[in-house]
Design a protein around this ligand. Structure first.
Ligand SMILES: *[C@@H]1O[C@H](CO)[C@@H](O)[C@H](O)[C@H]1NC(C)=O
Ligand SMILES: *[C@@H]1O[C@H](CO)[C@@H](O)[C@H](O)[C@H]1NC(C)=O
Ligand SMILES: *[C@@H]1O[C@H](CO)[C@@H](O)[C@H](O)[C@H]1NC(C)=O
Ligand SMILES: *[C@@H]1O[C@H](CO)[C@@H](O)[C@H](O)[C@H]1NC(C)=O
Ligand SMILES: [Ca+2]
Ligand SMILES: [Ca+2]
Length: 641
């Protein structure tokens, strides 16, 4: 299913390229006292004795290869000593030894770690050093290096100039001295009270401080001795007040999302259906249309960028039940805390694309998000995934400044390619690699956004090829689901090959599902791609006891199969989890593939490769690589048989 040569070639191609790139960059290694030793049959029980006899501390049997051992010295910190050269020669002559290979020592840097002394950022703003999400030096018991890597983007000269970010929220204190100079009044509006002044409504408890805090994360001015610094501190920020009325309506949402799409580049939303773990809801008709128009016509046709907080429902909720966060047209952002763990309020789902940062679990008051607050104040305590979305909006503003031609899809590709695992850890879901080697996690998506990496890649970026949509298959028979007896369905697809809408390289995948259940919250749905990537489309939601509605043509989305070849067999599993026996009926599974026909960034990778190797013809390179991949595949296959 997953081992067909066609898939193998694509994966192999990228893997091999990476290997070649690494090989050309590899620095000179140093000699060491560590040996790879192959022993003759029958001599393997004597490995330890043999090691000590020849001046090594011990020998460790290796799990790969036949009769292979690691001979290592007592003191592992030292480089090779003179004496050890003699030891090695004697060892090599021992009749029990078949082969000896010295291990070369080389450098591997901890990912995401930078020496703080290398960062030359000088800001006069009093809260700047508390903004660990910008530059994490270990403030508030955090993990050094676990940050948005904005310093690198700033040093390259990108600060958000010429880019406008709109905060769709409860208003903005636009008189705030740290926001006033970056406030874009022309692009602002108040849809809660229908006037051009989105000033927050006063309440004693400062309830309406949300928008102001989000605005500061993006656009707070730098070096003015006030509060902190925004991620894109020279960007403009617009206020769209739309959260502060008794009811939300489709009209207000649609109006907000489609407000001045030729002026506003990025819309940041930190709201959605109630995060009570039992709601299944999404954008209505007008809002859906507004989003579709935004990505198709906004920014002169390059598309509005919609950034969405993935949700604050914690482990009891699943953001794939939130039609805003799980939309293909939004970039859904989760959060990590300052030591790399997930926040307790974080929701997980397969549609989350990447993560930024929010407040910690600890009581440490400085582990929150430092930003501007109502009435000219500052705060250290902004929180929730709400705080995560504006950080992403700020990073995307830096990317747009680096390359104003980026489309809404380019931004998603760039997020997938440059986000990092860094030092994030997830105690529940493992980090995995998808069929083309991209590392992802169910909770954090492709990892934490990296502003430096993003602006560098943006600068060189060539817009991705045209997007196509293929209905891979649809099963509409009724299948009974019961506790202890899950339903397993397959769709075998050629991904519309041979037709105009063939999809060869995936972007988003949607599984449109109709299912009812005696208890909706106990349903779980998983889907596995032909390249063996498993997406958890729906996890158990213990608080959802709906027994009537179920899911009606609900589009579950996964971003985990990004870049994969969709041809082959897709598997969907639907079942129940929980203590009480449940039953239900699966009535529809329609598989929708979205992506490109030509390889989105192979050109880019090949170009980098070429400039490194000064090779002239891409065709030559591709042929060579294809042959190499074929050869290694063949040898692999013959070994397995
Ligand atoms: C940082 O700025 C302050 C005040 O403007 C100045 O005195 C100091 O020399 C600067 N430090 C560096 C390393 O640029
Ligand atoms: C800012 O908030 C703090 C804490 O709530 C308060 O003590 C201070 O007076 C406020 N400053 C202004 C200018 O309102
Ligand atoms: C689900 O739908 C089936 C078929 O339409 C129906 O027979 C069954 O009673 C429904 N079950 C629930 C729990 O609503
Ligand atoms: C889906 O996968 C999760 C995690 O591996 C598992 O707990 C759950 O039982 C699976 N559900 C089905 C229906 O296979
Ligand atoms: Ca400031
Ligand atoms: Ca939610």
């Amino acid at each position: 299913m997953c081992g067909s040569p066609r898939h193998g070639t694509a994966v192999g191609f990228i893997v091999l390229l990476n290997a070649l790139l690494l090989a050309t960059q590899a620095a000179e290694g140093v000699s060491t006292d560590h040996l790879l030793v192959q022993l003759h049959e029958g001599a393997q029980d004597e490995a330890h004795q043999l090691a000590t006899q020849h001046g090594f501390h011990s020998a460790r049997k290796l799990s790969f290869g036949e009769g292979l051992f690691h001979f290592y010295p007592q003191d592992t910190s030292k480089r090779r000593s003179k004496r050890s050269a003699r030891n090695r020669q004697r060892l090599q002559k021992d009749r029990r030894v078949k082969n000896v290979v010295e291990q070369e020592g080389f450098d591997r840097q901890k990912r995401g770690y930078r020496d703080i002394n290398d960062i030359e950022v000088n800001m006069s703003d009093p809260l700047f050093t508390k903004q660990w999400y910008l530059i994490n030096t270990g403030q508030a018991d955090g993990t050094p290096g676990l940050d948005l890597n904005v310093a690198e983007a700033w040093q390259l000269g990108y600060t958000g100039k010429g880019v406008t970010v709109a905060i769709m929220d409860d208003g903005i204190d636009y008189l705030h001295p740290d926001l006033a100079s970056n406030y874009n009044a022309d692009a602002s509006y108040d849809f809660s009270s229908n006037d051009p002044f989105p000033f927050p409504r006063y309440t004693d408890d400062w309830f309406n401080s949300h928008g102001t805090r989000c605005a500061g994360e993006v656009s707070a001015a730098a070096n003015n001795n006030i509060c902190g610094v925004g991620v894109a501190y020279n960007s403009k920020v617009a206020g769209i007040r739309m959260l502060d009325q008794p009811f939300m309506t489709d009209i207000i949402e649609a109006s907000s999302i489609s407000h001045m799409p030729q002026v506003i580049d990025i819309y940041s939303a930190s709201w959605g259906p109630t995060d009570d773990g039992k709601t299944v809801d999404g954008p209505r008709e007008l809002t859906l249309q507004a989003m579709a128009d935004g990505v198709n016509k906004g920014r002169g046709g390059k598309g509005s960028i919609y950034v969405w907080a993935s949700g604050d429902g914690g482990s009891y909720d699943d953001c794939n039940c939130d039609g805003y966060a799980s939309s293909m047209w939004t970039i859904s952002i989760n959060s990590a805390i300052n030591d790399g763990r997930t926040a307790l309020y974080d929701e997980s789902c397969s549609s989350t694309l990447a993560s930024t940062f929010s407040n910690g679990r600890k009581r440490n008051p400085e582990a929150g998000v430092a930003t501007t607050d109502l009435y000219g104040n500052c705060t250290l305590r902004h929180s929730g995934t709400s705080a995560a979305a504006p950080e992403a909006a700020g990073v995307f503003a830096l990317a747009i400044e680096a390359n104003p031609d980026l489309t809404w899809r380019d931004m998603q590709h760039l997020s997938v390619l440059t986000s990092k695992r860094n030092q994030l850890h997830d105690e529940v879901h493992q980090w995995r690699r998808n069929g083309v080697g991209l590392e992802f996690n169910h909770l954090f998506g492709y990892g934490v956004l990296d502003a430096g990496g993003m602006v560098k890649m943006s600068k060189e970026w060539k817009t991705v090829p045209e997007r196509f949509h293929c209905i891979a298959g649809s099963i509409q028979d009724v299948h009974k689901v019961q506790s202890g007896n899950k339903v397993l369905l397959t769709i075998n697809t050629d991904a519309c090959q041979g037709k105009d809408n063939f999809v060869r390289y995936l972007e988003h995948v949607q599984a449109v599902v109709t299912v009812n259940a005696s208890r909706r919250g106990d349903l779980t749905i998983n889907m596995t791609s032909p390249m063996a990537t498993k997406s958890l489309l729906l996890s158990r939601r213990p608080r959802d006891d709906d027994a009537k509605v179920g899911f009606d043509k609900w589009p579950f989305m996964t971003s985990h199969t990004w870049g994969e070849d969709p041809r082959g067999t897709w598997v969907m599993e639907v079942g129940f989890q929980g203590d009480e026996p449940q039953r239900g009926a699966l009535k529809e599974w329609t598989l929708m593939l979205h992506g490109t026909q030509s390889a989105p960034y192979i050109d880019q990778i090949v170009r980098d490769y070429q400039s490194k190797l000064a090779m002239s013809k891409k065709e030559e390179l591709e042929e060579e690589l294809d042959e190499a991949v074929e050869r290694s595949l063949k040898s692999l296959l013959s070994k397995n048989n």
